[in-house]
Ligand binder design. Structure first.
Ligand code: AMP
Length: 450
């Protein structure tokens, strides 16, 4: 399959060429024709599959077919994304392709002064990429007119639900015309996502693609048991001994991320943190430095790391195990990208054993345990309560103790689609719909204004 055969315009084909893409990814092959046809779409795909171009290209093409003559154009495509980082990446691609066909695109996100955004919107825009909260703010202030939206995209919809954006999304939908195309992209397919799709999509076509990189055995995983108080020492040891030059480290809290960064700097390892307490300009600068190889370690929280796309990232470390098992899959998906092999290591303190248990239950296999002579494993066993220690854990531990300390390739991680659920539980709309069946409108599932 080639990009030419997907029915894209010459200007876009030359853009694709400039990006260096030669063959469409599975999500692009399947989604581009569906979107060009004007159908609604429910796509199971996550970051790393090429999903951004899968919707950006056909949206730009469709909008370019009929550019309004008015000077101050109102937005005709709206992409909602969970984080500023993901919105920035989507916006970059929209701008890149849009420019070739005289379309204007802008990004709307919170945490920065609203005035500059208002001015940009006022000058006229075709495509808006936004985080839901700030977009709603604009809609309520009437500084954005959403009545001309032809295409709505919910990107990483599961993540938006996790982050509690459901109310904002549903409120934004009330400002949109009923007669529009709606596309929903989600890595997982939980009941909440089904409810959201029922609410906003009209007879969507379904597409499911496997995660491109992790599914191909590209990530070597290992667990390193260690006492909590020695994690930092172990991390420095791994970085130095392994001569790692680019490692993304996940910390659970913003405070933890900052503290670890200071400790790594103290150890002489160039590091910086990226989390939602940092200003957007600092986050952008830090990420750029990391991408250029000027920073050896980037310490991130889950929310900040969401949507980060760093080509060929060789190492990911879970300094703290994630509270939500699905986040483990998202985290290790940051490595082994674009067909390269990657290493994802987790430092496990005794009290995190139940979190690991949940992750392995989701993965349906045990991740190999490794030890380093300088960091005895005994601490983990001492700290684990008998009731959380399942027989299978004990069996795998004794096997692993006999194993060589060198990393071995773990089985590939499967997309967590079947087992996944969102933290946010059921949708607000679920209750609303049950209580008010008459208000669930026909086409597009539009609800009456409250
Ligand atoms: P995404 O899933 O949209 O976050 O894309 C992940 C990465 O894949 C990005 O770095 C894209 O530039 C890259 N990419 C997207 N489409 C292709 C393609 N057809 N061939 C090679 N790389 C691609």
């Amino acid at each position: 399959m080639s990009f030419e055969s997907l029915g894209l315009r010459a200007e876009l084909l030359s853009g694709i060429d400039a990006q260096g893409y030669t063959t469409p990814t599975p999500i692009q092959t399947q989604a581009i024709p569906v979107i060009l046809e004007g159908c609604d779409l429910l796509a199971g795909a996550q970051t790393g599959t090429g999903k951004t171009a899968a919707f950006a290209l056909p949206i730009v093409q469709r909008l370019s077919e009929k550019i309004p003559s008015e000077k101050r154009r109102r937005p005709r495509a709206l992409v909602l994304a969970p984080t500023r980082e993901l919105a920035a990446q989507v916006s970059e691609q929209m701008q890149f392709y849009g420019r070739r066909l005289s379309l204007r695109s802008t990004m709307i996100y919170g945490g920065v002064n609203i005035q500059a955004q208002i001015e940009r919107l006022h000058r006229g825009i075709d495509i808006v990429v936004a985080t839901p909260g700030r977009l709603l703010d604009h809609a309520e202030r009437k500084t954005i007119n959403l009545s001309r939206i032809e295409v709505l995209v919910l990107d990483e919809a599961d993540r938006m639900l996790d982050l509690g954006f459901i109310d904002d999304i549903l409120k934004v939908a009330e400002y949109l015309p009923q007669d529009r195309q709606s596309l929903l992209f989600s890595a997982t397919y939980s009941q909440s996502i089904k409810d959201l799709a029922d609410e906003l999509l009209h007879r969507p076509r379904r597409i499911e693609v496997a995660r491109r990189n992790i599914a191909a055995d590209a990530v070597t995983q290992a667990i390193y048991p260690v006492e909590r108080g020695r994690k930092r020492e172990m991390l420095s040891h791994l970085i130095r001994k392994g001569d790692w030059n680019q490692v993304l480290v996940f910390a659970r809290t913003r405070y933890g991320a900052d503290k670890l960064t200071d400790q790594l700097l103290f150890d002489g390892i160039k590091a910086a943190a990226i989390h939602s307490n940092k200003s957007q300009s600092i986050r952008t600068r830090t990420l750029a430095e990391f991408k250029r190889g000027e920073l050896r370690v980037l310490v991130a929280t889950d929310v900040a790391a969401r949507g980060l796309d760093i080509e060929r990232l060789p190492h990911v470390v879970n300094y703290d195990l994630p509270q939500v098992p699905e986040d483990y899959v998202h985290r290790i998906g940051r490595t082994g990208r674009a067909g390269e092999d990657g290493v994802a290591l987790s430092l496990l303190s005794p009290e995190e054993q139940p979190l690991l248990h949940a992750i392995e239950k989701l993965l349906k296999y045990a991740i190999p345990r490794r030890t380093i002579a300088e960091f005895p494993q005994i601490a983990v066993r001492r700290g684990v309560k008998a009731k959380t220690r399942k027989a299978s854990d004990a069996r795998s531990r004794s096997k692993e103790r006999a194993a060589k300390p060198a990393q071995t390739k773990a089985r590939s991680v499967k997309p967590p689609a079947a087992a996944a659920s969102t933290k946010s539980g059921s949708l607000r709309s679920k209750k609303t719909v049950e209580e008010r069946p008459a208000q669930k409108l026909g086409r597009r599932g539009q609800r009456s204004k409250r």
